[in-house]
Write a protein that binds this ligand. Structure first.
Ligand code: XMP
Length: 518
């Protein structure tokens, strides 16, 4: 794999992860300030940091107390590098603790929205009100800082809510500037990255495209042929468009129609890529093969495996049509990169991506999105001229509607689900909620119930509507859709989709539920 060298060169803010829930959010906020940021583990040494020569460093929050055995520390030599450092929550406590300050063990914590009083605006808080709301989530509290630090703000339970020693390039905030509940949080992050670190706001999607095009050209060379499996999702679409910009007609896309796509989706993909983007596309009609292999398969994991396996077979057959292809595009995103670099998480589901290809695949991977968050991928897509229908398409699982049908997947059941799903998506769109809702779709739970329609007894399928809000799919809340909207969806589904006589709404968040039903 030659993608390791596809790293960002230029101004970087490193976010040192101390086990925070919010490390990714911090990195994203820095990028919103148009400065590139990357997450690194807290085991990183000062020498390794010096090697990277970052423009600034942010120490994240974390669940531990600096007083417990084994609490993660920062290599203290980092404070001598002359690189500005901002500590957030645990990160701030650590800066205080490692620089002759005191972190006290409170008898109670401070959680949620809190009013903070700013005594001295200093450099970080300058331009923000004397009294402001901040989001707190801590038990210990900094009680003292060394003489060369200035305490700039306090709350009732945090005598040192913010401090700084600008001459030393050290800054700390006990609260969470990265969360939406801290109104002046982004301002503080921007003060840090732009003013304290002096970073330029030049991480734009146009610059990302230029850099990646350059890197792809270097990787693939003058004659290499590249293939890309399009899944219909935004990631593979944007990755393909980016690679196309770099290598032109040396890219061939393969689109496998599994028969498990949403209504109208296959046509739209083919239309967009062939006709609008002028990208060579091999359209494999493989629905029959998928349905054949799914006969009698009801266990969710077995279903996922069957679909994944068939996908690989079909893809491997198609790739022989592209003579001399040596490179394979994958739409791997930064959160996947971070996750694969962290401790094993319990396997909840075996995710099938288009990239769920076998280990012995004989291609070199091209992963032009591996530094990007989802919202950045969308912005790159728009910048590359992809239509909104592709760029703003909701995430869609690799196994498609197969994991939204409980029990056996048959063409008939897929057709019922597609019709109901289309209504859900149309009504979300009509209500102007496309961008607020992370995913909205229909599920066929395989339950029949008794109903009455036109004085006749019915015994037919139920449809479950699932709609969630989320930032990253790791956690999600069920969307509080207006009753009127739910009512319209329900009426339309029952009237327009034959074989359905009941509609229910799923009000489970993640956790404990997952977004998909299987
Ligand atoms: P769950 O159901 O695990 O889903 O809460 C989290 C997000 O991942 C999507 N998903 C998948 N995406 N291959 C994918 O590429 C898969 O096998 C897969 N399974 C779930 C799901 O739609 C949600 O956005």
């Amino acid at each position: 794999m030659a993608t390791e060298d596809m790293v960002h060169e230029g101004e970087t803010v490193l976010v040192v992860d101390f086990g925070a829930q919010y490390a990714q959010l911090i990195a994203r906020r820095v990028r919103e300030a148009r400065v590139y940021s990357e997450i690194v583990p807290h085991s990183i040494t000062a020498a390794e940091i010096a090697d990277r020569a970052p423009t600034g460093i942010i120490l994240s929050g974390g669940p531990k107390s600096v007083h417990v055995d084994g609490a993660p520390e920062m290599d203290p030599k980092v404070y001598e590098l002359g690189i500005p450092i901002l500590g957030i929550c645990y990160g701030a406590q650590l800066i205080a603790h490692q620089n002759d300050g005191t972190v006290g063990r409170n008898d109670r914590g401070e959680y949620g929205r809190t009013t903070m009083k700013v005594d001295i605006a200093g450099s970080l808080l300058s331009g923000t009100p004397g009294e402001q709301t901040v989001w707190m989530s801590h038990f210990d509290a900094i009680t003292e800082v060394a003489d060369d630090f200035t305490i700039t703000a306090r709350t009732t339970d945090a005598p040192v809510a913010a401090f700084e020693a600008p001459e030393r390039g050290l800054y700390g905030v006990q609260y969470h500037p990265e969360v939406g509940h801290t109104p002046f949080g982004q301002h503080v992050i921007e003060r840090f990255v732009h003013d304290a670190c002096g970073a330029h706001a030049d991480w734009t999607m146009a610059s990302v495209i230029d850099t990646q095009v350059d890197l792809i050209q270097k990787q693939v060379g003058d004659s290499g042929r590249v293939i890309c499996a399009l899944s219909g999702g935004v990631d593979s679409a944007v990755a393909a468009a980016l690679v196309h910009k770099a290598v032109g007609d040396r890219l061939t896309c393969v689109y496998v129609d599994t028969g498990l796509m949403r209504a109208g989706e296959s046509d739209q993909i083919v239309e967009t890529f062939e006709r609008h983007q002028h990208i060579e596309l091999i359209h494999v009609h493989a629905a029959d093969r998928f349905f054949e292999n799914l006969q009698g398969v009801t266990d969710p994991e077995a279903k996922r495996k069957t679909i994944g396996e068939q996908f690989i077979r079909v893809f491997e057959a198609a790739k022989h049509q592209v003579e001399g292809a040596a490179y394979l595009v994958q739409g791997t995103l930064y959160p996947d990169v971070i996750e694969s670099g962290t401790a094993e998480a319990a396997k909840i589901k075996s995710h099938h991506n288009v990239g769920g290809l076998p280990d012995d695949i004989e291609f070199e991977l091209v992963e032009p999105l591996r530094l990007l968050f989802k919202d950045e991928v969308r912005a790159v897509g728009t910048e590359l001229g992809l239509p909104d229908e592709i760029v703003w398409r909701q995430p869609f699982p690799g196994p498609g509607l197969g994991v939204r049908i409980i029990g056996e997947v048959t063409p008939g059941r897929v057709a019922v689900l597609q019709a109901a799903d289309l209504i859900v998506r149309e009504e979300i769109h009509n209500a102007g909620l496309d961008r607020e809702i992370w995913q909205a779709f229909a599920v066929l739970p395989g339950i029949n119930s008794v109903g009455v329609m036109g004085d006749e007894r019915t015994y037919a399928d139920a449809i479950i509507i699932r709609a969630v809000t989320s930032e990253d799919a790791m956690t999600a809340d069920w969307a509080h859709l207006p009753y009127e909207l739910l009512s319209t969806m329900s009426n339309r589904i029952i009237n327009e989709v034959s074989g359905v006589n009941r509609v229910a709404y799923d009000i489970t968040s993640k956790p404990p539920g997952t977004i998909e039903w299987e």
